[in-house]
Design a protein around this ligand. Structure first.
Ligand code: PLP
Length: 465
């Protein structure tokens, strides 16, 4: 393909993209295909001869598109959103075009310097103190793994990487039972093990870590010769939005000199709204590490996860490795690949720049505020359905409910709703029971889209009850 042809195809694809988004609301939200249906339409072997782009794109439309679940659909109420505001998509197109690998300052100075400034813009937007710096990672899972490895290294005097973990005793990490599975996985991968991730029962209206229970668990472990290494708190857990009270958790961490990480992957975006901070963010400035995903609720196209660090040195001491070929000469510069696990890195900061400049923080706040109000409204509508129960009240824009019947019935309703296609919801578990989660957060959703869900749920329930 030459560059003139490339320009032609790019224009066609840009038109296709705009049409796709303009007509998205007419498509079923969740893919309606059966497992294997897409794969069986693909040739089993690669072509020996070149094929025309017309043919490739025609196949994309007929084979691929029916197998896509539409995350940008305005009636996507499942999981958490993975928003892609149009300006952030444009930035991604530019990034894809330049296709730079931004592992070191010298491999793309603009990417590195933009990253530093964007992390600082977001720091200000989230009202974190000036002392925080940070790095953009691919996912919250990677940021959490970095933090857990740092906890491990700090607790072993930064010797685990060099000598392994044998003879180091049982390192322990503490959190509530509402944490995302990425915390479990970080502990597995870090060699800490599931048994040493101490999950305490969440309590109170926001399902928070009980600071007294936390303190007692750590004290007991110390008496037993275990080695407490860190505490992980959450603002906006995946299941039902559980949010810890940060100050009391930090007081326990300070008492025992433990490294702290806050998972605000979803709810961090809402902290751009000053009125929400007293309830969800109070004390946040005490955390060593904080992760939040602009690719979730804020609108930056996936993937984009920001990890703020009050002091980057412990993480650098944990992860930095500098073989000869990565050494750079000259003035001291930031090489962000030393802050993270992967070496190679994409230019992720550009989409944040495009996003924030295009909407302003006020434009982004307006969306989040609407989502929270609409989530409250739809929750009231579902509460009024005969026999339905609101299991967890809205926390920000997430609540959970049950229809009449056992766990199998909940799943039957979820599956029937998603087969229907007008909305997309997913199930979760809370206190041993299956619940149906409802979150409002899609970038372009309207009040009408959200309210329509009530009619759809009623309609589908009547069909299956
Ligand atoms: N933490 C929370 C609270 C989440 O909801 C999720 C994913 O939904 C994650 C962490 C993991 O995020 P990522 O997919 O960026 O690893």
């Amino acid at each position: 393909m030459d560059w003139d042809e490339f320009a032609e195809w790019s224009k066609q694809i840009a038109d296709w993209a705009a049409d796709y988004h303009k007509t998205l609301a007419d498509r079923p939200v969740r893919a309606q295909t059966a497992p294997g249906e897409i794969a069986e339409q693909l040739p089993v072997a690669p072509p020996e001869d070149a094929e025309a782009m017309e043919t490739v794109l025609a196949d994309f439309e007929t084979i691929v598109m029916p197998g896509m679940t539409h995350w940008q659909h305005p009636r996507f109420f499942a999981y958490f959103p993975a928003n892609a505001a149009p300006p952030s998509m444009l930035a991604e197109m530019l990034v894809t075009t330049i296709a730079a690998q931004c592992m070191l300052w010298q491999t793309s100075p603009a990417a590195t310097e933009m990253e530093g400034v964007m992390v600082d813009w977001l720091r200000q937007a989230l009202d974190l103190p000036e002392t925080y710096t940070g790095v953009i990672q691919d996912s919250a899972s990677s940021a959490t793994l970095s933090a857990v490895l740092t906890m491990r290294e700090r607790a072993t005097g930064f010797t685990g990487n060099r000598h392994g973990l044998s003879g180091k005793g049982n390192l322990r990490i503490y959190c509530s039972d509402q944490v995302h599975s990425s915390i479990d996985r970080a502990c597995w991968v870090a060699g800490i093990g599931q048994e040493n991730l101490v999950k305490l029962p969440a309590t109170g209206p926001r399902f928070a870590l009980d600071a007294n229970a936390l303190d007692q668990a750590i004290a007991r472990d110390l008496e037993d010769g275990q080695i407490p290494a860190g505490i992980i708190a959450i603002t906006g857990g995946t299941g039902v939005g559980a949010s810890d009270q940060l100050e009391p958790v930090l007081a326990v961490a300070r008492k025992h000199d433990l490294y702290t990480h806050l998972d605000a992957a979803w709810a961090g975006a809402a902290m751009i709204c000053p009125e929400l901070r007293a309830d969800f963010w109070h004390g946040v400035e005490g955390f060593d590490s904080i992760v939040f995903n602009p690719h979730k609720w804020l609108g930056a196209q996936f993937d984009c996860s920001v990890q703020f660090l009050s002091d980057p040195l412990p993480q650098l001491n944990t992860l930095k490795i500098e073989p000869e070929y990565l050494k750079t000469t000259g003035e001291a510069v930031t090489n962000y690949s030393e802050w993270t696990i992967p070496l190679g890195r994409r230019f992720r900061a550009l989409k944040i720049w495009f996003l924030i400049r295009s909407y302003g923080l006020e434009g982004l706040r307006a969306r989040i505020r609407n989502h929270i109000v609409w989530s409250g409204e739809i929750c009231e509508q579902i509460r009024a359905f005969e026999g339905f129960e609101i299991v967890t009240e809205p926390i920000l824009s997430l609540f959970s409910f049950r229809c009449p019947g056992d766990d199998a019935t909940q799943q039957r309703l979820v599956d029937a709703l998603n087969d229907d296609g007008r909305i997309y919801l997913t199930q979760g578990a809370f206190q041993g029971r299956k619940v149906i989660r409802f979150q409002v957060g899609q970038f372009d959703t309207t009040r009408e889209d959200v309210m329509m869900a009530a009619g759809v749920i009623k309609d589908v329930w009547r069909r299956i009850a």
